[in-house]
Design a protein around this ligand. Structure first.
Ligand SMILES: *Cc1c(COP(=O)(O)O)cnc(C)c1O
Length: 397
């Protein structure tokens, strides 16, 4: 969504490029193989182009998105790194992605034939990664269909129509035993593909959970989503335990305050009544921006100038109300409000929100809405640009 540059952003997510870079470095240390940085769903709400560029700069070997539209949007934004996408409609037109060198995750003979037709029409080779179902039972070729798929792939490789760039599958994260069964099935698929005469450069099964917890599932590539953003998919094991830092800080500001008497009720439905006279602050961010309505009345706090204050009343579409109490710090319009970010800074975390909203951090960050401006911040770059600024000032003096 285009931002009006003349307007002051009322809500921002600041993305630490340094955190993304550090997190990817950690993942590379853990897995030792190729790193496929997953930037689907607007990079989990962080901003697809921004994160794609940061990930590539940090050494990601490939980017991953769900569909062709997301892949082509990255190409349009100038991202030239390899991109994999794997969820297609029966109506998906593969010509443009083939022409743009997108790696197409293919789950069926029917898809493979359509990709091959697109490549023939363009007189080029399509880049294909075969996706097999090893037990998640969503996408991917079912085991009964592997033989047909692999034989067709072998024929198209021989014909020079396609290049098989990878073999992959996705885990259900049901249990260590279930993971092991999926890995055994994945190995069987790799053997069957080799027996069909097709060699594959990369094989990948692990996403964040297995990257962090199951080294035996790393193969020679891994798809990293949540961990790159500095969040942990594993209950009771916060990201910091793995040396990861959240990249995202969700911020807004106080736009107005008002004094109310004891007994004043606040917001839709008057679900909160102040027991005493207090100061209320209005913050222009609501459920349309990704503040779950289920935080209403749940005692969630926000951080303002390093101190925590509770949300009161209902979260509405565009606004929340924060109780400043006696307002001893004289907080007022323009003061920054940190909704969540890196808990190491004292802020609430995406995990805190997820716990209260009875969901997972994935849903919290992907729920951040289009009105929220995504801004890259990097303390190092910022310091450099300040010193560069000073140099220029001196030259101009
Ligand atoms: C979203 C997704 C990932 C990334 O998962 P994380 O748990 O965020 O690392 C990897 N692979 C596939 C197929 C996905 O859909």
């Amino acid at each position: 969504m285009a931002e009006r540059r003349t307007d002051v952003p009322l809500r921002v997510v600041e993305i630490s490029v340094a955190a993304i870079s550090k997190n990817l470095q950690r993942v590379r240390e853990m897995t030792g193989g190729s790193v496929i940085a997953i930037v689907k769903a607007n990079a989990y709400g962080h901003g697809a182009t921004l994160v794609a560029q940061a990930a590539v700069a940090a050494g990601a070997d490939m980017l991953g998105v769900v569909d062709v539209n997301e892949a082509l949007a990255l190409r349009d934004a100038g991202v030239s790194a390899p991109i994999l996408c794997w969820l297609h409609s029966p109506r998906t037109d593969f010509r443009e992605p083939v022409a743009q060198g997108i790696h197409l995750g293919v789950s069926s003979v029917e898809q493979l034939d359509r990709v091959a037709l697109a490549a023939e029409a363009l007189e080029t080779q399509a880049l294909v990664q075969l996706k097999v179902d090893t037990g998640l039972r969503r996408g991917g070729a079912a085991p009964d269909d592997w033989a047909d798929l692999f034989q067709r792939a072998a024929r198209l490789v021989q014909a020079g129509t396609i290049n098989i760039m990878g073999l992959f599958s996705h885990l259900a994260n049901a249990s260590p035993e279930a993971d092991r069964k999926q890995a055994a099935a994945f190995d069987a698929a790799a053997d069957a593909l080799a027996n069909a005469g097709v060699s594959v450069p990369i094989r990948h099964l692990a996403a964040s959970a297995a990257i962090l917890a199951s080294p035996h599932l790393h193969y020679n590539a891994a798809r990293v989503g949540l961990a790159m953003y500095g969040l942990s998919p594993i209950d009771l094991q916060p990201a910091a335990d793995f040396g990861l830092s959240p990249a995202l800080t969700f911020k807004s500001e106080i736009v107005a305050t008002r004094q109310v008497e004891a007994g004043a009720s606040v917001g839709y439905g008057h679900i909160f009544t102040s027991p005493e006279a207090t100061t209320l602050a209005l913050v222009p961010v609501g459920y349309a921006d990704g503040v779950p309505r289920s935080l209403s009345g749940a005692g969630m706090t926000v951080m303002i100038r390093g101190e925590h204050y509770p949300l009161v009343g209902r979260v509405s579409m565009d606004q929340i109300v924060v109780d400043l109490g006696a307002n001893t710090k004289a907080l007022g319009p323009g003061d920054e409000v940190v909704l969540f970010g890196d808990p190491a800074t004292g802020a609430r975390s995406a995990d805190d929100w997820a716990r209260v909203a009875e969901t997972i951090s994935y849903e919290i960050v992907t729920g951040i809405g289009p009105r929220v401006q995504r801004i890259a911040v990097d303390p190092v770059q910022h310091a450099e640009s300040l010193s560069q600024h000073e140099e220029r000032e001196q030259r101009n003096a």
